[in-house]
Design a binder for this molecule. Structure first.
Ligand code: NAD
Length: 343
């Protein structure tokens, strides 16, 4: 049996994928989550379905900010700290402080042997070049609490490795994130709502690559270091929408809304430090990654119980991905009105 590992935020998007991978690699995993109200508990429980099938997985429902971390960390080799209140748009300041700062401090007080923690590319704001040397310039309370978290970890002197993730996507992506919203709208036959003009640039990172980076950080990360983790190919949001349109099999309607405070205009990861020290380079192309997320959301749609028997068939989506580097998907899905919205 591999080592005992703790994953905070285990029921979340990244956390659940990390748990799946650690379990498949033979580790004992304790997953902690308090099922915050950022999005539906039902979705988080579904995220954990695969992990729950392992005897080597234990779920502890607890709030890390409550200060019960000593018992959790006892006997654990590596703590992956992913629990947080995410999202640069709006939110309640007290919630960001509690879930991103106080929770981290509580965990640090429990003195984990080895800690890998999730920070964010949002700490860079609109900086034109985004390497770990770039001064931080947070534009939102979320980003500011991620900076505070990094400083707390640094001041603790513990052997910790930070990862600044750049917009992560893939199956199980949070429902408030762009690709999830875009695909959901397409499958419901509704126009995609795009914040701003769609020309903002993001260095989208596939979730499998993000997990790989976290494992590399635990194995090879330099104590005290912080590494950028990005997809390596920044694109405009409207280019990502074009890829989704290919998957849908036709043009998609787009509605633009005003830019939102806290949103950076551009993120672009300089991943050279992670490549050099962690041996990490992202492997998944945007086309392949979006296809997997699309396929996952289609599967959920197909599996959704027909609670509303009166729902009329809304549209039929033909899916065919022809890019040789992507997963090949063929199939037809009957999308009933509101099928995804009911989740
Ligand atoms: P998520 O919301 O899906 O997962 C976070 C999980 O943490 C949730 O299940 C939530 O219930 C849990 N949680 C929050 N506070 C907690 C607490 N005090 N105690 C116990 N559990 C708690 O978010 P995600 O997208 O998977 O993000 C994971 C981490 O990666 C976060 O730290 C986030 O800031 C960071 N990050 C994510 C992205 C991204 O694009 N998804 C980008 C940069 C950084």
């Amino acid at each position: 049996m591999g080592e005992r590992t703790l994953v905070t935020g285990a029921a979340g998007f990244l956390g659940s994928h990390l748990c799946d991978r650690l379990l498949a690699d033979g580790h004992q995993v304790v997953g902690v989550d308090c099922f915050t109200d950022h999005y539906a508990r039902e979705l988080k429980e579904r995220n954990l379905e695969r992990a729950q099938q392992w005897d080597s997985f234990e779920l502890v429902e607890a709030d890390v900010a409550d200060g019960r971390a000593e018992a959790l960390v006892d006997g654990v080799e590596t703590v992956f700290h992913l629990a947080a209140e995410p999202g640069v748009r709006g939110g309640r300041l007290g919630t960001y402080l509690r879930r991103n700062v106080i929770a981290t401090q509580r965990l640090l007080e429990s003195k984990p042997r080895r800690l890998v923690y999730a920070s964010s590319s949002s700490v860079y704001g609109n900086a034109p070049h985004q390497s770990e040397e770039t001064p931080v310039a947070p534009l939102s309370p979320y980003a500011a609490t991620k900076v505070a978290m990094e400083r707390l970890v640094e001041s603790s002197g513990l052997p910790a490795v930070g990862l600044r993730f750049f917009t992560v996507y893939g199956p199980r992506q949070r429902p408030d994130m762009a690709f999830h919203r875009f695909i959901e709208r397409c499958l419901n036959g509704e126009p995609i709502a795009v914040i701003g003009d769609g020309r903002q640039v993001r260095d989208f990172t596939y979730v499998g690559d993000a997990v790989e980076a976290a494992l590399s950080a635990a194995a090879r990360g330099r104590a005290g270091a912080i590494y950028n983790v990005g997809g390596g190919h920044p694109v405009e949001v409207r280019d990502a929408i074009a890829l989704i349109a290919e998957l849908v099999g036709g043009p998609v309607a787009v509605e633009h809304t005003g830019m939102v405070a806290g949103e950076a205009r551009r993120t672009a990861c300089d991943g050279s430090l992670a490549a050099r020290e962690l041996g990490f380079t992202p492997q998944t192309s945007l086309g392949a990654g979006i296809a997997r997320q699309f396929e996952h959301m289609l599967e959920i749609t197909r599996a959704a119980p027909r609670r509303n028997q009166k729902a009329e068939r809304r549209s039929v989506v033909q899916v065919e991905v022809t890019d040789a580097s992507t997963t090949r998907i063929r199939g037809t899905a009957e999308i009933t009105s509101g099928a995804l919205a009911r989740r």
